[in-house]
Design a protein around this ligand. Sequence first.
Ligand code: TYM
Length: 334
Amino acid sequence: MEASGSKGIVLTGMQPTGTLHLGNFLGAANRWNRMLERYTCYFFIPNQHAITVPQVPAALRAATLNCVAQYIACGLDPKKCSIFIQSHIVGHTELAWVLGSLTPLGQLYRMHQFKDKSAKKEHIYSGLLYYPVLMAADILLYNADYVPTGEDQRQHVELARDLAEKFNTTYSETFTVPVPLIEKVGARIMSLKSPENKMSKSDPDGNATIYITDAPEVIRKKIAAAVTDSGDRICADPERPGIGNLLNIYCAATHMTLEEAEEKFATHSGYAPFKRELADALIALLEPVRGHYAAIKDDKEYLQSVVREGAETVQPIARKTLAKVYRKIGFLEQ
Ligand code: TYM
């Protein structure tokens, strides 16, 4: 199916499991805010995904509203897009159930993220396995044309494409086949301490991750202590993942290409001046976000009104898709 309407639909979201980090920002939020004018944008908070690993209820509730504040602080102007909470909308889990009936179990067992997450756990719950089907439902429910994410979500978006095509051929043309939007630079930000692992909210080493709420002096300290190597050439070399990761972060923060950045730093000797310049670039980028977040994070009434309005906009769309799907698969109407 072709892009719907004249303005294509963008849908994406981040789990409300703590403060957003530099990977979430450079790989995702800082690109989403550049899509507001061009597309009809739906940004949601996948709290139903969050419970596929244990959560403390009060902390999840607080993190969900904080996530709304962080979206807005990252530049997602609620006047130009819809921001909503997954569990407020009837349709996500219902559609996931339908799509699950078209999903081979083997395909779910092959998901990289399931393999990674389940390998570290003693008890594995079916929600963790089923997670990508719910993600497919999130996307297909709104007939999203584009799904901007970091590299780690590519396989999940591929599943959404497969399921859209399968449903369309099994019944009849119903879903838009979504296109993942994954940029070359910034789509995979790695840990500052072990650059072979991706930067993550759950890293026990606080210095491995930069958060969007980190103060300038904290950013400087973390970048100064970031792992590099004994060389002094600033380039993207797979054999030197530490400096490669920092260069990737620099490029994503300054919108430079790797080639441009390599040329800029070609005459630098030693990593210290580069690290100082990188910290400056990150502080310039994150300070407005930190300030905006501090200004709105405690205004619960405002944040609640944003997600209420978001739900009002998207619920009719979700209901319409669900009704269409139910009709096609043979569910009797009320
Ligand atoms: P989540 O919450 O893990 O991550 C949110 C977004 O941040 C990107 N990201 C990164 N990008 C670059 N480097 C990193 N180290 C890094 N870590 C995270 C992710 O790729 C993502 O874009 N399953 C999704 C949430 C979701 C969703 C959806 C997304 C649920 N339903 C429908 C899009 C469409 C997730 O857990 O993202």
